[in-house]
Every structure is written in structure tokens, then in C-alpha cells.
Design a protein around this ligand. Structure first.
Ligand code: GCW
Length: 683
């Protein structure tokens, strides 16, 4: 296998800078670990691996000789008596995942965590500094993650396929079994822990027949093996469950959440699971959504459903992560009153306060479905008494499927910085999901993973940046997109300033480029039904999915305003609702999400909607051309495997961008009859 492709951002390239080496080598001669646990062991192994490969020198491992070691790692409780340098007050205030890295008197480095997991994070922090060739002479770092749950959702099926996966097959399952080849899972755990991920659900939220049995003794021993691996990297595992399990695998006639036999069945089931996995994280649940079973069948609501499971998991400290992706997926396109965007809020807002405290509602960032541009879901801020977490999609279902380059950190950053005004100005999404605004007991961020068994994990090598960036951003949403991008490039491709600049601009512009050549002005969709790649303007127009653009000869867009439209804008707090509601103030990029306008409507830029469509679509293709040119300047400067992987995909991207440009432009030219002012080629 190609090591560089496989190693992602943990390249641990040999340090060539002589001066740097001379100055710092002595600091990495020996390590002592105080304490003993599987996680500390992982921390030590990683540190050892990193040092060995960057310094070309195997550090000596001491058992106890603290005075002689150049690096001392351990857990605060077991270590603090020995080091007066540790500020006890400061340490007491920190949480279980916090750590410090400190240079102490005799030039040794102290890496102390509040827990063994935190020690592992400290080690990764130090290795990152080394990979970035940062100055390390006088370190005094205190770090805590801002979000509590930092999670990934795998959409992996046991036949080895991955729903919306674009990077090969599952690393977890093959031939309807859990894989015996656990090495890759271990490396995945290493990557995830290096960016601070602490939870993972390991099967698709669409839980099919076989996957329903993951919570039976047929598969639990194998699930427990996977849990062991992740546990030693500080990551808890969760399973997606089938709400109808009591019927499917329990021989009951019903899955009614208020039925005593059903309640008992889940209680016993929880006990059984925790016998295998004592620190099992809990369940992720997609219920009454896209034909998956749920409480509606029994005339019960989502709180009844979630609380059933929460009661069962409670004795063991388990969580129920209940998804809010609930809408009518059998809509009649003739029906203009139903609005899919309103559904999640309509279903869950009335239930605020009715969920048990070990339930978390998982809400997608937008009200529709991970489109290239959507407003932020109005459920953020609307739930004051219910634990909430945010769901992003790292896998590029609607954003180019890892053929097209689309770096998503800037999008996620916008979502986290969005002000909901739920408690007045400054009620940002990031302070809702970090629990601080409403004092949630549990909260955080999760995302659908983009990895598979491709050699480079993510299909497109540059899509590794999305996984890395996701982890870094949710650890600390205050990090800038630029800083995260640069970190990733330097760790992945090294220190050459030219390489860094080229890739940095490619990544940072890619989201806007993708937006330029696909569906315009926040309208979304217009993709091929089913697989969702490539243009198909009317692909979903007369479908059951509630995803329409309503283009006719006069205009385009969905009227979601309060007086004349579906009223969706009303789900926001003031002043957001007024901003979206009015044509004068609605931001251009979301115009067609909120309003139906004539093609001649002037945007804030002064350009008409139709001319904007033409301009952006021609521009998008030119921009992809430039991406190809930029990348070609790196030939010979980076290894051939990664170079050609990206080059091949950029060529596919260009084809796709042209297909989008020509279909979108032609479609709207034919609908509107309005010519391009610049008289470019439209078919
Ligand atoms: O984005 C849509 C996808 C489905 C997915 C669903 C969901 C797992 O097209 O493939 O199902 O959302 O989030 O549940």
C-alpha cells in the first residue's frame, strides 16, 4: 500500500531541519509514563511512533525514573504531588478531557491529563506541534474541548456497502459479518483520537434486517471487540437500532413504546448489551423517517419513543440520540401547503421539555438535507429544555461525492457562527451545541463520516481535509477555517510554502466553486434522483420528496414567506424571521430558498437572477479549470500517488461542472427566453 496516502495527516515525516534538530533533539530522548491503562498505552505507542519516525531515534522508555526522563506523561491525580510546577487551582477547574503541556525546570516536558483520554489528546497535541515544526522550547498549554460529544456516524451496512459512501467499502463489515481484520479499525481510531473524536456509531441509521441483530448475542461479542479498540483510543461506541426490534428479533407482536412487554424487552436488552460492553455509549435512532418504523405506528409521539429507550439505558449511563430528520416523504407535489423545511420544527418544538435527560435530539444543520447552501435549521434555539446535538455530513452526498473538491469547514464554520437570537443577540449555534446557552446536560456535534476501505480512506485525497477539519473545528469552533486548512496541509504535505499556498487556495475556494456551478441561490436539489450526483433540474420536481424549485416561464423559487408562502420563515426568532421574510433583506445566497421571484429580479449585487445564474455557471467551470492548473504546478513536488489521485478527480470534476453549467443555463434560457447579456454559448 502507499504509505503516504494511507497515513493521512499523521505522516510523521523525518525532520530535516538540522538547526531545529540540534536545538530540540535532547527533549525527545526518553519517556516515562506514570500509570497504566489501555489508553495510556495508546498514548505511549503514538508518541513513540511519532518520535521514532520524526527524529529517526527510538526514545528510551523508563518505568519510574521521572527525574531522568525528557518527557513525562500521566494522569493529574497520580502525578500532581510530584510536580510543584502544576498549578493545582487551574487543574481542578478543568474537565475530564483537559490537559496541560508544560516545559518544566530541567527542560523536561510534562504532559498531564485529567483522565487517560486527556493524556492521549495531549500527546497528539505535542505531535501536532512537532509535525508543524512549531517552537517547542517553552510550552505552557492548557486545553479543553469546547464540545462534550464529538461524534461520527458511520452509515455502514453489514454487506460491506456504505450508504452515501464514496471511498470504497466498509472497514467494519464484510460478507454480512463484522470484519476479522481489525487493523484498519485501529488506525481509524488513531486518526479520530488525534483530532479529539470521542464517540462513534458504527452502523447505518437505516437499520436493515441483519443489522437489527447487532444487539443480539450473535453479534455482540464482535461488537465488543470493536468497542475494545475504540475504547483504547478514548472513543465510545454507539449502535443505530431498529425501533421495531421487539417485533423483529424479540417475538413480540408490537413495538408500542407504552406497552409493558415492550418496555421490559428493552430493559432486558440493555442489560444484555452492557454485559458485553460495560461502557456502551447508547443508541442512535432514525424513527418515523423515510419508511423506518417508529412510535407513530402506535399513535405515540417521539418523546414516548425516545423515553422508552432512555429508561432502558439509564441505569448504565447510556444515551439515546434521537434524530429529528422527520418529514413526509410521500408528499404530493401538487400540494403547495406542505413544506418539508418546516417538518422537523413542527414535529419536535411542541415536545420540548418532554424528553428524559439522557435523550439528545440530533438535528441536521439545515432544514432540508445537507445541500450546498441552506439556512440553519430553526430548531437550533427553539429547544430550550431538550438536549440537542448538531449533525453535519462529511461524506459529500450533495457536494460532489469526493469526485469534486468541496472543502466543508467554511460551511460548518458559518453554521456554528450563526446567531439564532434565541436569547437575544449572541445566541450562536456554537453556544447551543456546546451546552452553554441553555445548560444542556448532554450536547455536542456529530457528522456522517466520509471514510471507507480505499487506500487513502476518503477516495479523494483532499477530502481527508474534511475529516481532519471536522474534528479540529468541533474541538474548538473558534479556530478559523484558514488555520485549520493550513495545519492540515502542512501535516499532510509538508513545509514547502508553495505547496501550502496552492492547496490552501484550492481548498478554501472549493465550496463556493461548487456552489457556483450547481443549484443557484439556495434553491438546492436539481440533482439526479437516487444517487444524487450530477445535474437533473427536474429530477425531483414532480416527486414525493418535498424538494421543488417551482421554476416556470416567469420565475423560480419557493415562497416560504409568512404572508404569501408556507410560513417557514416564521420558525426563526426575530430579527432573523423578518430578514428572511422580506425580499429586501433576504441574503442573496438564500433568496430562492425563501422566495419565488421573477427572473428579472435584481439581486443585491445589482445583477438579475437569470444573469446571476448564467454568470456563476460560466464562472464555476472556469474556476475548476484553474483548480486543474493550480494542481498541475505541484507535479513532481508531491508524491505521484497522491498527485495523480487528485488530478484524476479534478478531471471528473470538470466534466461534472460542464454538465451542470450547460444543463442549468440551457434549462433556464428555455424557460425564461432571456438571453445571456454576455452572449456566451447556451444550447
Ligand atoms: O441525506 C439523506 C440520504 C439518505 C439518508 C438520510 C438520513 C441514511 O439521502 O441516504 O439515510 O438522508 O439522513 O437519514
Amino acid at each position: 500500500i502507499n504509505e503516504k496516502s494511507y497515513a493521512c495527516w499523521l505522516q510523521y515525516e523525518r525532520i530535516e531541519d538540522r538547526e531545529w534538530l540540534e536545538n530540540n533533539k535532547s527533549r525527545f530522548q526518553s519517556i516515562v509514563v506514570i500509570g497504566n491503562s489501555p489508553i495510556l498505552n495508546s498514548a505511549l505507542n503514538e508518541l513513540n511512533l511519532g518520535i521514532r519516525s520524526m527524529f529517526d531515534n527510538e526514545p528510551t522508555l523508563y518505568k519510574k525514573r521521572v527525574e531522568e526522563a525528557s518527557i513525562i506523561i500521566g494522569i493529574y491525580d497520580e502525578i500532581h504531588n510530584q510536580f510543584k510546577e502544576l498549578d493545582t487551582n487551574r487543574m481542578e477547574e478543568l474537565n475530564e478531557e483537559s490537559y496541560i503541556i508544560k516545559t518544566i525546570k530541567n527542560e523536561s516536558l510534562l504532559l498531564v491529563g485529567k483522565s487517560d483520554k486527556a493524556v492521549l489528546y495531549a500527546v497528539h497535541h505535542l505531535l501536532r506541534l512537532l509535525q508543524l515544526r512549531e517552537p517547542i522550547e517553552h510550552l505552557d498549554i492548557v486545553e479543553s474541548p469546547k464540545n462534550q460529544l464529538r461524534m461520527l456516524n458511520q452509515w455502514d451496512n453489514m454487506d460491506g456497502s456504505i450508504e452515501r459512501g464514496y471511498s470504497g467499502k466498509s472497514i467494519f463489515y464484510e460478507n454480512n459479518r463484522i470484519t476479522k481484520n481489525l487493523g484498519r479499525i485501529k488506525d481509524y481510531a488513531r486518526f479520530l483520537s488525534s483530532v479529539g473524536i470521542n464517540a462513534i456509531s458504527i452502523n447505518n441509521v437505516n437499520v436493515w434486517k441483519l443489522e437489527t441483530k447487532l444487539i443480539t448475542n450473535e453479534f455482540l461479542p464482535d461488537v465488543a471487540n470493536i468497542a475494545d479498540i475504540f475504547r483504547s483510543y478514548g472513543i465510545k461506541i454507539f449502535l443505530s437500532i431498529n425501533f421495531a426490534s421487539p417485533i423483529e428479533i424479540g417475538q413480540l407482536q408490537t413495538a408500542d413504546p407504552l406497552d409493558p412487554d415492550v418496555i421490559k424487552w428493552w430493559k432486558n436488552k440493555a442489560e444484555e448489551i452492557y454485559n458485553f460492553i460495560p461502557d456502551f455509549g447508547g443508541f442512535v435512532v432514525k424513527a418515523d423517517s423515510e419508511h423506518r418504523p417508529g412510535p407513530f405506528t402506535y399513535n405515540r409521539n417521539h418523546a414516548d419513543g425516545a423515553n422508552l429507550l432512555a429508561n432502558a439505558l439509564k441505569p448504565y449511563g447510556g444515551l439515546v440520540i434521537w434524530r429529528c430528520f422527520v418529514y413526509n416523504c410521500l408528499q404530493d407535489w401538487r400540494d403547495r401547503s406542505t413544506d418539508r423545511a418546516k417538518a422537523a420544527y413542527d414535529h419536535f418544538k411542541p415536545l420540548d421539555g418532554e424528553f428524559l435527560d439522557n435523550v439528545i435530539l440530533q438535528v441536521k444543520n439545515g432544514p432540508m438535507d445537507f445541500q450546498v447552501r441552506e439556512p440553519v435549521s430553526p430548531l437550533f434555539g427553539a429547544l430550550e429544555k431538550t438536549n440537542q446535538m448538531l449533525e453535519f455530513q462529511i461524506t459529500q452526498e450533495y457536494t460532489g461525492q469526493q469526485k469534486d473538491l468541496c472543502f466543508l469547514v467554511p460551511l460548518w464554520k458559518e453554521v456554528l457562527e450563526y446567531d439564532t437570537y434565541a436569547k437575544g443577540k449572541g445566541s450562536k449555534v456554537k453556544s447551543i451545541v456546546d451546552g452553554s446557552l441553555f445548560g444542556f446536560k448532554y450536547s455536542g456535534i456529530c457528522a456522517v463520516s466520509n471514510i471507507g476501505d480505499d487506500e487513502n480512506w476518503t477516495g479523494h485525497t483532499l477530502a481527508q481535509a474534511n475529516l481532519y477539519g471536522y474534528g479540529r473545528l468541533i474541538w474548538n469552533p473558534d479556530l478559523s477555517s484558514e488555520a485549520i486548512t493550513e495545519e492540515w496541509i502542512r501535516m499532510t504535505f509538508g513545509e514547502d510554502p508553495f505547496i501550502i499556498e496552492q492547496i490552501k487556495s484550492m481548498l478554501l475556494e472549493s465550496w463556493s466553486i461548487y456552489e457556483n456551478y450547481t443549484a443557484p441561490l439556495g434553491i438546492g436539489w436539481m440533482v439526479n434522483p437516487g444517487h444524487h450526483y450530477g445535474p437533473n433540474i427536474d429530477g425531483y420536481e414532480y416527486s414525493v420528496w418535498g424538494t421543488y424549485h417551482f421554476a416556470d416561464r416567469d420565475g423560480i423559487g419557493v415562497d416560504r414567506s409568512i404572508d404569501t408562502g408556507t410560513g417557514y420563515a416564521n420558525q426563526y426568532f426575530s430579527p432573523n424571521k423578518e430578514i428572511y421574510n422580506s425580499l429586501d433583506t433576504c441574503p442573496d445566497e438564500l433568496l430562492l430558498f425563501f422566495h419565488h421571484v421573477p427572473y428579472g429580479h435584481k439581486l443585491k449585487t445589482g445583477v438579475t437572477v437569470i444573469q446571476h445564474i448564467y454568470d456563476t455557471h460560466f464562472k464555476g467551470v472556469e474556476q475548476v479549470d484553474k483548480l486543474i492548473k493550480k494542481w498541475s504546478t505541484l507535479k513532481g513536488k508531491i508524491d505521484e500517488a497522491r498527485y495523480s489521485n487528485v488530478q484524476e478527480r479534478l478531471i471528473l470534476q470538470l466534466d461534472n461542472a460542464k454538465a451542470w453549467r450547460d444543463q442549468i443555463n440551457t434549462y433556464f434560457y428555455r424557460k425564461s427566453g432571456i438571453a445571456d447579456e454576455k452572449k456566451r454559448k447556451i444550447y
